[in-house]
Design a protein around this ligand. Sequence first.
Ligand code: NAD
Ligand code: UPG
Length: 442
Amino acid sequence: MKVTVIGSGYVGLVTGTCLAEYGNDVVCLDLDPEKIALLQNGGVPIYEPGLEEMIKRNVEAGRLRFTTDVAESVAHGTIQFIAVGTPPDEDGSADLKYVTAAARNIGKYMSDYKVIVDKSTVPVGTADKVQQALLSELTLRDKHISFSVVSNPEFLKEGAAVEDFMRPDRIVIGVADETAKDLMATLYAPFVRNHDRILYMDVRSAELTKYAANAMLATRISFMNELANLAEVMGADIEEVRKGIGSDPRIGFHFLYPGVGYGGSCFPKDVQALQRTAQENGIELRVLDAVERANSAQKTVLVNKILRRMGEDLTGVHFAIWGLAFKPNTDDMREAPSRVIIQELLKRGATVTAYDPVAMHEAERVMSGWKGLTFSQNPKAALEGANALIIVTEWKAFRSPDFGEMKSLLKQALVFDGRNLYDPKRMQKEGFEYFPIGREQG
Ligand SMILES: NC(=O)c1ccc[n+]([C@@H]2O[C@H](COP(=O)([O-])OP(=O)(O)OC[C@H]3O[C@@H](n4cnc5c(N)ncnc54)[C@H](O)[C@@H]3O)[C@@H](O)[C@H]2O)c1
Ligand SMILES: O=c1ccn([C@@H]2O[C@H](COP(=O)(O)OP(=O)(O)O[C@H]3O[C@H](CO)[C@@H](O)[C@H](O)[C@H]3O)[C@@H](O)[C@H]2O)c(=O)[nH]1
């Protein structure tokens, strides 16, 4: 099938590439000329495991190309995916200006039937706005050209995006007419060959499903974080409690890891946007108010432990930080808890040397000019002469360090672990003072 993907970021690039992998003829559009030039020259603007090789393979096979030319991209695909950003507006609601601009562009240039697919995360009612944007352009030209607007929210996780897209646990399609439904079914058939996981529903339910999923997951995390804080003062171990509740199949083990608060480009903005939708419609989502409050408090839990141990004034204190990205296997720094933690430390006079396996370049960009912050090209060098190590992101490479070497490089054998990577008893044996989350210190 001929497919156009509008927006070549995390979602657009993965969607376009995975669709090309199954033999579709895909054009990816972006208005950012630097991004497209990089892609046209064989580069990849984001880090996502497996993506680079898959792009290369499909470009070489002639199934995937990149453009900034709107007219060309609209002419190409019978199916037009909108995968542009929906950042928070000032009041927390989703800013739809990129979505409606993309829709207007389609309306400006289309000359035959198109299925317009909202892949971006958008509030309930957005499909109607996309329809209006298209119609307003079409009435100026040819109002007899027909189209359908479909909602097909994306559930991929960064760091596992290709895997999630190629092997989805479900594909939600909100669709109102049979022609569009058949086209979507054909497009996604190769992704659900072993058993059907396509859920067809009305457009509004599909739009709400996306926010409901993210809000539910964010709720689990905030709940576990608050429970971890309680466990710690009560002398219980949240890691034991996690296993104890996760083995109930009604609860399950996923998304029960306490930490330094959820971050990333989705949970924070989507929880806010859902609250905003509710407020606008006179409904109170009290649970979500608490989820957000708990999350912003959690981002400073590790800092508070540091201050209790090292004093409020951190002048002359030097920290090593392992992990900057909001989660492992990505270079994404959007809403990363590391940003809050580092700022809090610098504010109190500390200096910091930070290391991340892949997000360093992005971190240097978003933290440029932060006084007292330097970056280290390897994890060991970051430890040299530091008064303490702080672990913020749970990269696999941090899980089994040489503790003897770690101790000899650090000035003080002190570890603040925001991701519970190590066994407190082992740390005690190794001679460390160890501060995890939700369990007694080792
Ligand atoms: N990142 C994720 O893990 C993820 C997962 C599921 C859903 N989503 C949702 O998908 C959407 C996109 O997220 P992302 O992380 O890929 O964003 P992103 O910022 O990485 O990419 C968006 C891209 O769209 C481009 N763009 C903006 N307006 C355009 C236009 N009119 N025409 C062509 N290109 C345009 C931008 O230049 C940018 O490259 C958001 O709504 C997000 O909430 C994201
Ligand atoms: O048990 C857990 C699981 C996650 N997190 C944190 O939660 C945030 C989000 O993690 P994750 O969901 O793995 O990453 P995202 O790439 O943001 O993916 C979420 O947001 C996407 C965008 O909407 C959705 O498509 C995905 O389904 C949804 O998981 C990160 O800061 C994690 O550190 C925890 O603290 N504890």
